[in-house]
Design a protein around this ligand. Sequence first.
Ligand code: MD3
Ligand code: FE
Length: 210
Amino acid sequence: MSNPTGNPWPEPTATLRGVRLHAGWLDRPAQEALVADLRAVIAAAPLFSPMTAWGRPMSVRMTSAGRFGWYSDRRGYRYVDRHPSGLPWPPIPESALAIWRALGGATREPECCLLNWYGPEARMGLHQDRDEADFAQPVLSVSLGDDGLFRIGGHNRGGPSDRVWLRSGDVLVMGGGARLLFHGIDRIAPGTSTLLPAPGRINLTLRVVT
Ligand code: MD3
Ligand code: FE
């Protein structure tokens, strides 16, 4: 794969602390096609509210596709091979795999497509993604629906951080030194997108787990 610059994958529109932002990577028809595929994922593996370590449900609702999905209860956070219903996770949609192949710059295929659903009041606190075995593999994220205020910090929780609004169709790639940065979603801006039938935001993250 190459682009007009001859680089092996497309240049980002911006880079924040090493996180590569491809603003507007998906046009409206591509966003609609992806949402249709995600409806099928949610039908097979309904959204649920993971428990925090403190015993309160997270404000973000989640489900997954692929060999592994993300799960948490009082025993902690982990990847598991089935939905809480007992059924295996559905396959990762081709529409999502195509984004990984175009932008991930990865040598392996993703094993988890985590779907986060944010209602108007949902947020995600500052955290690191470190439950995967191989930090040389990137994480790729796709934003759909209402704008989300993304916070990206450093390798320690307390340090300085930057914020940027993520819009529907934006793709982020976290590889190399950016893979273990602290990050979160401070809030969403309900009603800023017409993609979804109700106020809210969907974020997909594609990951290699093993
Ligand atoms: C930077 N999701 O699922 S996506 C997550 O919008 C998560 O739902 C947020 O953080 C969301 O774990 C942020 C951007 C993102 C995802 C993974 C990263 C940024 C990252 C991993 C490492 C560094
Ligand atoms: Fe994360």
